[in-house]
Design a protein. Structure first.
Length: 326
C-alpha cells in the first residue's frame, strides 16, 4: 500500500509545475536552506550541478517518467533541507551525491524517492528511500524487480510511532534506504540496497542486500550456484581473501605483515560462508562483486568490504549453463 500511495501521489502532484525542483534562486532566498546554500559557494555550485543533472535526466524521460521524477525530487529536497539545517557542507555533500544518483539512472528507469520527517503528524522516525523503478515494465524480470522495490518500500517504517527512551527531535531514530544498480542489460537486472538505521546508542548500523533477476523470465539468479564447489572454495575464495588482506594491510597496522595468513585465521570460515549467500553477490557490467557488511570481516568503522571478480575469470570458472551469462 505504501508504494501504491507513492505512485498515486506522483500523478496528483504532476500538475504543480517544476519550480520546486530547480536550483536555489539566491535573489529570492527566504528559507534557512536557501540562505545557507547561497552563503557558501561550494554548496551553491553543488546545488546547481544537481539541478543540471535533474533536467538532463528529465529530457530523456517520457511524460509518465517526468511526473514520477518531479515528485521524487520534491521528496529529496524536503529531506535534504531537514537533514542539513544550517550545515553548508551537508548541502554540498548531499547535492553531489544526489547528482550522481540522477546521472546513474539506467535507460527505461526513473528514480523514486520518498521521505518522512520526524515530528510531522504522528511519525517519529525519519525515513528516506531512494531507488529506481522501470517506468513501463514489460518483461517478467522488470515486473519482478519492481515488485522487489515495492516490498522494500513497504517494509520501511513510514508512519512509525516508535519512541525510544529520552526521545528528542535532535536524537531521533532514522532509516535510510538507498539503491544502486549493478548490471542492467538485455539478460540481467541487478541491484543492491544499502540500509542504514539508528535507534539510539553510539552510532547507526548498516546492512546491504542484493538481488539479481533474469530480465526475460524473472528467475532469481543464484550467483554462487553458478560455480562448482571447488571453484567457490578454491580460486574465488583465495582471490577474495587476497583482496581483503590487501585492504587490511593498507589500513590496519596489525596486518602490515603476513596479512593473508591472518585473514584466513581470523575470518576464513566467515568469508566462505558469506560467499555462499546469493544476497551479497552483485552482477555488474565488469563482472561481479561480493559485499561484506560492517563487522563481517572487520571493525564497524571499516564499513563494507568488497571483493571484485572480472567477467573473464567468472566465465572461465562458471558451470557450462552459465558461461554465456558472463
Amino acid at each position: 500500500m505504501a508504494f501504491a500511495r507513492l505512485l498515486l501521489s506522483v500523478f496528483l502532484c504532476a500538475t504543480l509545475g517544476i519550480s520546486s525542483a530547480l536550483a536555489t534562486d539566491c535573489g529570492k532566498a527566504r528559507t534557512l536552506a536557501e540562505k545557507t546554500i547561497c552563503a557558501h559557494p561550494q554548496a551553491l555550485e553543488a546545488d546547481e550541478k544537481m539541478a543540471r543533472a535533474y533536467f538532463a535526466l528529465r529530457e530523456k524521460l517520457s511524460p509518465k517518467g517526468r511526473k514520477i521524477l518531479l515528485t521524487s525530487q520534491r521528496a529529496w529536497l524536503k529531506w535534504r533541507d531537514f537533514s542539513c539545517a544550517s550545515e553548508w557542507h551537508c548541502y554540498a555533500d548531499k547535492s553531489r551525491e544526489h547528482a550522481e544518483f540522477l546521472r546513474a539512472t539506467p535507460q527505461g528507469m526513473v528514480p523514486v524517492m520518498r521521505a518522512q520527517l520526524p515530528g510531522k503528524g504522528r511519525a517519529l522516525t525519519e525515513v528516506f528511500a531512494a531507488c529506481y523503478i522501470f517506468i513501463s515494465p514489460g518483461t517478467a524480470g522488470e515486473i519482478r524487480y519492481n515488485e522487489f522495490v515495492r516490498k522494500n518500500v513497504r517494509d520501511l517504517p513510514f508512519g512509525d510511532t516508535y519512541k525510544p527512551e529520552n526521545y528528542s527531535i535532535n536524537d531521533h531514530p532514522w532509516v535510510i534506504s538507498r539503491m544502486k544498480m549493478g548490471r542492467v542489460d538485455e539478460r540481467v537486472i541487478s541491484a543492491i540496497e544499502y540500509l542504514s538505521f539508528y535507534e539510539g546508542g553510539a552510532h547507526g548500523l548498516q546492512t546491504a542486500k542484493t538481488v539479481n533477476f533474469s530480465r526475460a523470465d524473472g528467475r532469481k539468479l543464484m550467483v554462487p550456484k553458478m560455480f562448482s564447489d571447488d571453484a567457490l572454495r578454491g580460486v574465488l575464495f583465495e582471490e577474495c581473501v587476497a583482496q581483503i588482506a590487501q585492504r587490511k594491510a593498507a589500513e590496519e597496522e596489525e596486518y602490515k605483515t603476513d596479512a593473508v595468513r591472518k585473514v584466513l585465521r581470523e575470518y576464513g570460515k566467515d568469508i566462505l560462508t558469506f560467499m555462499k549467500d546469493a544476497e551479497i553477490w552483485l552482477l555488474t557490467p565488469a563482472g561481479a562483486e561480493i559485499y561484506f557488511e560492517p563487522y563481517a570481516v572487520g571493525p564497524y568503522a571499516a564499513g563494507f568490504y568488497v571483493c571484485r571478480f572480472p567477467a573473464g575469470q567468472l566465465r572461465a570458472l562458471a558451470l557450462p549453463p552459465y558461461k554465456g551469462l558472463f
